[in-house]
Design a protein around this ligand. Structure first.
Ligand code: 5AD
Ligand code: SF4
Length: 411
């Protein structure tokens, strides 16, 4: 399911429809022969009008998605060679108009590389047990204050079923690294969900055996979400006692070789992380070419060794999104829960600003209420019902599969 930007009809001419799409003129066709008139609000797919909507729906969509820049004041960039020093200087921009130029350039890159859609993903956090001790994370094994839970196989499948009724078709199944979910259970979960209908499943279950990942792929899982967290090897080692960056990177590459679509990325604003580190993280992302990137701000979390660290500036998240869009014009770039959590102006505000800076996806929590609050990576984790997104979501039938295939997701 996804949302798309409403356009207003300016002129009708022999099946050709001239529309105003956020201040830009475009010509599309009326293949579906909808009864249209000048002034109508419509939603377009590729080059044709897909659906007519009323004023209220159009305003609601514009409120959710923002209008984007009308004309793009652009940075002078050569997109084929983006070097580290350019990236550092963009991340360090301070003047309003320069930052805006960066966002506008990223936005224009998005418009010219991808269909105009905001993809909606669902995430089910099925266990908060973790054998690891990452210093930043509230779910680390040494945090005894967390109320731990594990959803049963049946509960996980039921959560997916509930979300599918709301038209979710792309899921992330996430947990701490929890070997309680062995091969048998994981296979039951995946085949149980796949039996419900055509959905795309990302696994976010940590460093498990490659053979296991192969079997899960054979059972129908198609994506893995695994962040490399930071490409600074020293910083990686201090954040992950007993682990090393090279192994993590190798694992991500091997998972890609199995055939998984990869979603990977890093945290922004880790203590000790420099702007140059973030530039390296972004360049690594470009090298890995993930289908979906995954990054968000580090949020100091109570009862962890990094509880007293500082929170990154919100603008840095948006700049990182914009540079990621320049480096990876066709990637799925979601605005993640951590950014929604720290946004001073609220979740809708940061989402709109993220979409205007090149993001094109959202990730909504589908964990059942009784478990949700205990998935305590950090405090006050953002959650709302996202009802308007779900209500206005497009392509809820077969069409959504076509759209996903167009984006490169095969189910
Ligand atoms: N702040 C932000 N993100 C965090 N994660 C873990 N702890 C934090 C935190 N304190 C992220 C990690 C991990 C993902 C599941 O959650 O990047 O990969
Ligand atoms: Fe476990 Fe993931 Fe948290 Fe690390 S970040 S402690 S692996 S849940």
């Amino acid at each position: 399911m996804c949302l798309t930007i409403p356009a207003k009809i300016k002129k009708l001419n022999n099946g050709q429809v001239e529309i105003d799409l956020r201040g830009r003129d475009r010509v599309v066709s009326n293949n579906l022969r909808l009864p249209l008139k000048v002034g109508d609000w419509v939603l377009c797919v590729n080059d044709y009008v897909f659906k007519k909507i009323n004023n209220t729906e159009a305003n609601e969509l514009l409120m959710l998605l923002g209008t984007g820049p009308k004309t793009g004041s652009s940075l002078k960039i050569n997109q084929t060679v983006l070097n580290k020093s350019d990236i550092i200087s963009w991340l360090a921009l301070e003047k309003r108009e320069e930052i805006k130029a960066l966002y506008d350039t990223a936005y224009n890159t998005k418009l010219s590389s991808l269909p105009e859609h905001i993809c909606i993903h669902g995430i089910i956090e099925f266990s908060n047990y973790c054998i690891n001790n990452c210093t930043y994370c509230g779910l680390r094994r040494d945090n005894k204050k967390v109320v731990r839970y594990r959803m049963s196989v049946a509960q996980i499948i039921q959560a997916a079923k509930t979300a599918m009724k709301k038209n979710y078709k792309v899921f992330v199944l996430q947990s701490g690294e929890d070997p309680y979910y062995d091969e048998e259970k994981l296979l039951q979960i995946i085949s149980g969900i796949k039996k419900l209908g055509r959905v795309f499943i990302y696994l976010s279950i940590g460093d498990r055996d490659l053979k296991l990942y192969e079997k899960l792929f054979a059972a129908g899982a198609r994506g893995v979400l695994m962040r490399f967290e930071t490409s600074n090897k020293k910083l990686y080692a201090t954040l992950h006692p007993g682990e090393n960056f090279t192994n993590k990177l190798e694992l991500i590459k091997k998972l890609k070789n199995i055939g998984y679509q990869i979603s990977t990325g890093f945290m922004i604003g880790l203590p000790g992380q420099t702007t140059a580190d973030i530039a390296d993280d972004l360049l690594l992302l470009q090298e890995l070419k993930p289908f979906m990137v995954s990054f968000g701000p580090f949020i100091p979390s109570n009862n962890t060794p990094l509880a007293k660290a500082l929170l990154v500036d919100e603008e840095m998240i948006l700049k990182t999104i914009a540079v990621a869009r320049l480096l990876l014009p066709q990637a799925m770039i979601p605005i993640t829960t951590a950014a929604e959590t720290i946004a001073k102006g609220g979740a809708n505000d940061i989402r709109r600003r993220a979409f205007a800076a090149g993001a094109n996806a959202v990730m909504f929590n589908q964990t059942p209420k009784r478990f949700r609050d205990n998935y305590y990576i950090y405090e006050n984790k953002f959650f709302d019902r996202q009802k308007s997104y779900e209500r206005l979501g497009l392509f809820t039938g077969d069409f959504s599969y076509q759209m996903m295939e167009e984006l490169g997701l095969e189910i």
